[in-house]
Design a protein around this ligand. Structure first.
Ligand code: ATP
Ligand code: MG
Length: 420
């Protein structure tokens, strides 16, 4: 061990478990890649303003969880706490929305930072794969994104997840509802912090996890009863398209989510095996965000799925992903002369697409065979001077223990054939 440790609330991904994270990221990205989403990458930090305006001053993310810093040059930056604001900023900056092909569909994958109280499933550095469809208002687009997330979870073998669905209304109907809700909430017996929240972001109070608060919310006005006709029709179409695609959902009229920019469709995926950090992903429509960060009106929808919690969900369901072994062939030279020939074979095998590793460090046979077994390789390729003089190498099947001599010039062909 060194004198240093990973900072509080963070952890390292190391082999062999790191392979699971890569596979999860790939599984989430795969449905997006075959649905017209292009890859986007943005910096790990942005101007603080982008998040305070785009995510909202009243959100926990901005008010409590952001890592901010002042550069030597005096710029106020923040490590990105989420992806949507950055992706929209980048799309606007590159004028992607002007290329005449809306919606602009983008996906991303990366690290996010939030100063939170670390606990199982809640970290200060975590990773998400996300998708955004920018510039089009169409219930089929909301449905598409939700279906792609469900397909990603299903492709990983996950079963114990649920989709919670709600509509948050739009600028036509939400202001009146907000007032009605505020009127109701002001009459309740609530602490100072929550009373403040009533004035800034009353919908968030519905999301309060405390039982004493939830009890008082019985009879609160619900947005569902205040949606305008356009929002109602939009939401009905999203629901119908999901149902037609065989995607089950739970209508959750209290689902408001933490970000200020959401309008209409809002959703969250929760997993049954994760205790209190149950949200594995979430998203929604954010029709006003572009204007909030100085862009034109661009109605958009997106989601972000948490990679860390998806890995925890796999563990909770006892799912072992079918990962290809990192090493297929482990090559063991016996003696100096053999080293050169075998190392050459290793390069040839790798170039032919066979995952191969080599007994580095001049290990003896016994030690090298231990390493071969530990590497997870299916075959050990062993050759000493005598074998090479005869023009063969020994190929040992580490599963059956069977060993055969293979002609030097047939090794690559033979191992490729065994790969199927
Ligand atoms: P929560 O309610 O658990 O705080 P959130 O609403 O803040 O979640 P989002 O901003 O919607 O989460 O982010 C999308 C996903 O990213 C979450 O569903 C979760 O899987 C993951 N996520 C968010 N914050 C963290 C964190 N601190 N550690 C690990 N994963 C996280
Ligand atoms: Mg959070």
């Amino acid at each position: 061990m060194s004198t240093f440790k990973a900072p509080k609330g963070t952890y390292d991904l190391t082999p062999p478990d790191s392979a699971i994270y890569l596979a999860v990221r790939e599984a989430i990205a795969a449905p997006l890649k075959r649905s017209g989403y292009g890859y986007i990458e943005t910096p790990g930090f942005e101007q603080v303003e982008l998040f305070s305006r785009g995510v909202g001053e009243s959100t926990d993310i901005v008010s409590k969880e952001m890592y901010t810093l002042t550069t030597r040059g005096g710029d106020e930056l923040a490590l990105r706490p989420e992806g949507t604001a950055s992706v929209l900023r980048a799309a606007l900056e590159a004028n992607l929305h002007k290329a005449g092909n809306l919606p602009v569909k983008l996906w991303y994958s990366g690290s996010y930072y939030r100063y939170e109280r670390p606990q199982a499933g809640r970290y200060r550095h975590f990773s998400q794969v996300g998708a955004e469809a920018i510039g089009t208002e169409d219930p089929a687009l909301d449905a598409e994104l939700i279906i792609l997330a469900v397909d990603a979870y299903r492709s990983l073998g996950l079963k114990d997840f649920r989709l919670l669905l709600n509509s948050l209304g739009d600028k036509e109907c939400r202001p009146a509802y907000r007032e009605a809700l505020q009127g109701f909430l002001r009459g309740l017996d609530l602490d100072e912090d929550t009373r403040r929240r009533i004035e800034i972001n009353p919908l968030r109070v519905l999301d309060d996890k405390r039982e004493a608060v939830q009890k008082q919310l019985v009879g609160a006005p619900m947005l569902r009863d205040h949606l305008c006709e356009a929002c109602k029709a939009y939401h009905e179409e999203v629901r119908a398209l999901l149902t037609a695609a065989g995607v089950a959902f739970v209508d959750d009229e209290k689902l408001v989510r933490g970000l200020d920019y959401y309008t209409r469709t809002t959703f969250e995926f929760v997993h049954g095996g994760l205790g209190s950090q149950s949200a594995v992903g979430g998203g929604g429509r954010y029709d006003g965000l572009s204007e909030m960060i100085g862009g034109p009106a661009l109605p958009s929808v997106g989601w972000a799925l948490g990679v860390d919690r998806t890995v925890l969900a796999l563990k909770a369901e006892g799912i072992e992903l079918d990962l290809p072994a990192a090493t297929r062939v482990y090559a063991v030279p016996l003696g100096e002369e053999a080293r050169k020939v075998v190392f050459g074979l290793v390069t040839e095998l790798r170039r032919a697409g066979v995952a191969t590793d080599f007994a580095f460090g001049g290990k003896g046979l016994k030690n090298a065979m231990k390493s071969a077994n530990r590497s997870g390789a299916r075959f050990a390729l062993v050759a000493g001077e005598r074998d090479l003089a005869e023009g063969v190498v020994q190929l040992k099947d580490l599963e059956s223990g069977e060993q055969t001599g293979v002609a030097l010039d047939a090794v690559v062909r033979e191992l490729l054939a065994k790969q199927g």
